[in-house]
Structures are given as C-alpha cells and as structure tokens.
Design a protein around this ligand. Structure first.
Ligand code: SAH
Ligand code: SF4
Ligand code: F3S
Length: 467
C-alpha cells in the first residue's frame, strides 16, 4: 500500500490504496471517451488501469443499449465475471467489485440489481463525476444505483488526465463537446439514456483540447450524439455553433487534424459548411447518417428530413469540400418497411456513394414508439435486405479505397503496424495506412504514396518531405 507522507488517519490511507480497475467498453465513441474519464476520476483514489480482469479490484462494464444484442451482451458477460470474481475471492486475492455504467445502466437501473446479484454499483452516464464517492458507498456490502440526471456540470467536476496518461492513450483523441439528444427518432433509445441535449462551454473545450495538444495529441475528434447541434457558450457570451467552435480550435498549436461525429442532417449550418470549405485541418470525412431512403419510413422514424433534403445537402457539402468522403448509418426492416421502401434505401446509397457505412437490422427497443408498432418485419426479410445493402456498401467502400491507388496523401502515424519496421496511421479519409517507418515517427504526419490497396487497409511508401 502506498501511503502519502502527510497521511495519518485511516480514511486517508484507504483513499490512497493502490488498486486496479478493469474497464470494458461497448457501444459508441462517447463510451470510449467516458471510460477514460472514469479512469481519470478513479485515479484520484489510487486506482490504476489493468488489462487483466483476474487482478482487478474493480470491474466496470461501460455498456450500450442501442440494439437488443448490445444490451444482452452485458448479462452474459456478467456470468463470466462472476466466475472470475469467485475464484479470485476463493484464492484469497481480495474482493472484486463490479460496476455497470453506460446506457444499459441508465435504461435498466434497478432491474440490473435485481437480475444480477453480483453487481455492486449501477451508474448512469450523467453521474460519472460521482463515481469515486458512489463506490465508497458500496463498502460494507451496500448496493448502489445512481441514474438521476444531476443538474451540476459533470465535466467541470471530472478531473483531467495526467499528461503521461494522455500521451499513452495515443496521438488521436476523442473530446465530448455535446451530449444527449432532443430529436426522438422513433427507433432510438439515446434521448432516454443520455437525456436532453447539453453543450459544454467553448472555454472548457478549448482548455481540454490544449491539454491534449500539450501532451502530444495531433488529432482530435469532437464527439456528441448530435455533435452538429452543438450550441455552447462562447467567449462573447453568445451560443456558438460547431462551425465557430472548429474555427476556434484551429488556433491551438499542435492540433493539426480535427474531426467530428455524429451529425444529424438537419443541423448542417452555413458556418459548418464554411469550416469544411476553409479549414485544411478539418478532415474531409463526414459521418452523416440517413437511416433510410424512403420518405414514408423517414417520416415514421421522425427523422424530419426527406430523401431530397439529404441529397441536396450532400451536394452542398461536396461543393464546399470536393474531396470529402461520406459515411452513413442505415436501418433495414423498420416497422412497415415494404420492398419499395427498401429499394429507395438502395437508391439513395447508389446516388450518394459512401466511402464507408454501418448498417443494422431494426431492433425494437423498450420504451421507444416504433417498438409498439404492429407492423414489425420478419427477421428473414431483415436479413435478406441487410445482406443486399451491405453488398452494395462494401462494393462502394472497395471502390473508394481503390480510387486512392497511386495517390499521395498525408498520414498521421499512430502506432506500430503488423510487421516489424511498420507503422500504421490514418489517411485524411479515416483509412488505415500501413507504411515502413521507424518508431520515432509515431505522432508525425508524413506524406505517403499508396502502392497497394488491401481489403481493410492501404499500403504505402513514405515520401521524403524534403524532396
Ligand atoms: N446520433 C446519431 C446516431 C446514434 S445511434 C444519429 O442521429 O444518426 C447509432 C446508429 O445506431 C444510428 O444511426 C442507427 O443507425 C442505429 N440504431 C439506433 N437505434 C437502432 C435500433 N433500434 N435498431 C437498429 N439500429 C439502430
Ligand atoms: Fe437517436 Fe435520432 Fe437522436 Fe440520433 S438523432 S441519437 S438516431 S434519436
Ligand atoms: Fe450505445 Fe449509448 Fe452510445 S446506447 S451507441 S453507448 S450513446
């Protein structure tokens, strides 16, 4: 046990005990960001991260509730963890506490405690700043559930990571700028699990981004469930949009690449378009989910845009930034989706052409309006539609990657590659690029010529910048 010099009382000693936390993250990038913030906050109580669950004093599952399969994973994982916990405790290695965080925690709260007696703590995404205190409350065997939406600013209360910790996490980092959603698409749990839209003030974001840059981060991806609905308080007291925030962040030295995700088609305003047009450091890649190509289904989904609106928007984005690559999300088999509706989805994909995409079978989620719709689609039909859609999207992705053959592009080198002497990095279009390069170039942005295009990554040769 490491005891600080000045500590004498029992309370101080427990506060600084050396303990290990194992965190497993499911779901979206925001959960990845949150897991890091939870670890930063636990670090203040002496917890350091471990990759080995067997040696963990605390296991946290940071969960996702977006589709049924994602939520069920939690309960099956808990069965496995219980065995590890029992073995560890039988071997006299000490107690193992188990916490559930994330969107399943928020959605199911008490139900988790009832269904999984092994769980000590359930904590919703809005209460992460309270995590160390909540954990302390479980001492002595109490089981704690915290799923309220507190009014205080959790981001203000969460401690920042130490510089060495940030550096270790890599040269590309996430930064949550907006959380929650007020859109209420009829299939989606996010407005219920993450609450109403909240934007962090500009100064808070700039300060966090400076900290990242200072620790050697070169690329920051701004996160939000509806990141382009961002409207945080700016330095002039006015609410700033995402475009203004991006212009501000370009002033930070060392931050050479900016990205943002996920956006909603309704919130692409003129300043954001101007940012795509004018900012070289804003990478030419945009994830803009459309979900369906059928106006009838889009309406039933409450997406509040049509096929035409989306296609026109894409035209505007492409004229602002001609080399932009698009990515999207699609749902097949939404209640009532006919063959014709699905053909419209195929049609919008052909018309827009995507560089990459995610597509899912509709999964009814408890408490969402679409789940109660009587016209649910058979699973076999969903599977067939998904297969056809993914076939088309995969072909588009392949064609996009192939179009880069022979091109020169900048690559941010992030980590060691598959083979010795190789590094892997990211192209401006978020493709993985493998290059022969020495380790000391990790964190550098280099120019690479693409020689080969594989199924998952590109292979290239570094071009001498002094050439
Ligand atoms: N905020 C983002 C997406 C959040 S969820 C947006 O508005 O686009 C990520 C993706 O999961 C969604 O884009 C959608 O394609 C998918 N998804 C959400 N709920 C789903 C459900 N009930 N069944 C299947 N896919 C779903
Ligand atoms: Fe879910 Fe729709 Fe909000 Fe995206 S915009 S998080 S899909 S409710
Ligand atoms: Fe999943 Fe919650 Fe993200 S439901 S996708 S972890 S916001």
């Amino acid at each position: 046990m490491r005891v600080p010099q000045a500590a004498s009382g029992q309370a101080d000693m427990t506060a600084f005990e050396d303990k290990k936390v194992f965190v497993k993250t499911y779901g979206c990038q925001m959960n990845v960001y949150d897991s890091n913030r939870m670890m930063d906050s636990l670090a203040t109580r002496g917890y350091s991260p471990t990759e080995d669950m067997n040696e963990a004093d605390l296991v946290i599952l940071n969960t996702c509730h977006i589709r049924e399969k994602a939520a069920e994973k939690v309960y099956s994982e808990l069965g496995r963890i219980r065995q590890i916990k029992e073995k560890r405790e039988k071997d006299g290695k000490g107690e193992m506490k188990i916490g559930i965080a994330g969107c399943v925690a928020q959605a199911e709260g008490q139900e988790i405690i009832r269904r999984a007696p092994v769980v000590d703590l359930v904590v919703g995404p809005q209460a992460y700043h309270m995590l160390p205190d909540l954990l302390e409350r479980t001492n002595g065997g109490a089981r704690v559930v915290e799923t309220d939406f507190p009014i205080e600013d959790k981001f203000k209360a969460l401690p920042a990571a130490k510089k060495e910790v940030t550096r270790k996490r890599g040269v590309s980092a996430f930064l949550t700028v907006q959380e929650g959603c007020d859109k209420f698409c009829t299939f989606c749990v996010v407005p219920y699990t993450r609450g109403a839209e909240v934007s962090r003030p500009v100064a808070q974001i700039v300060s966090e981004a400076k900290g990242l840059a200072d620790a050697g981060v070169r690329e920051v991806t701004l996160l939000g469930q509806n990141v382009n609905a961002y409207h945080g308080e700016g330095s002039d007291g006015r609410d700033w949009g995402l475009g203004e925030l991006l212009f501000e962040l370009t002033k930070i030295e060392g931050l050479d690449r900016l990205r943002y995700t996920t956006s909603h088609p309704r919130d692409m305003d003129d300043t954001l378009m101007a940012a795509h047009r004018d900012l070289d450091c804003l990478m030419p890649y945009l994830h803009l989910p459309v979900q369906s190509g059928s106006d009838r289904i889009l309406k039933a989904m409450n997406r509040q845009h049509s096929y035409e609106d989306y296609v026109r928007l894409i035209d505007r984005i492409r004229s602002a930034r001609p080399d932009i690559a698009l990515s999207g999300d699609f749902i097949v088999g939404f209640p009532g989706e006919s063959d014709e509706d699905f053909e419209q989805t195929m049609q919008i994909v052909r018309e827009v052409t995507y560089a990459s995409a995610y597509s899912f079978k509709y999964s009814p989620r408890p408490g969402t309006p679409a789940a109660d719709d009587e016209n649910q689609i058979e699973d076999a039909i969903k599977s067939e539609r998904l297969y056809r859609l993914q076939d088309l999207l995969n072909a588009q992705q392949k064609a996009f990657n192939a179009s880069k053959l022979g091109e020169e592009m900048t690559v941010l080198l992030e980590r060691k590659g598959r083979e010795p002497g190789q590094l892997v990095g990211k192209s401006p279009w978020l493709q993985a690029v493998q290059v022969d390069a020495p380790d000391n170039l990790i964190g550098e942005i280099v120019t690479v010529r693409i020689d080969t295009v594989g199924s998952n990554s590109l292979f290239g040769t570094m071009i001498d910048p002094a050439r």
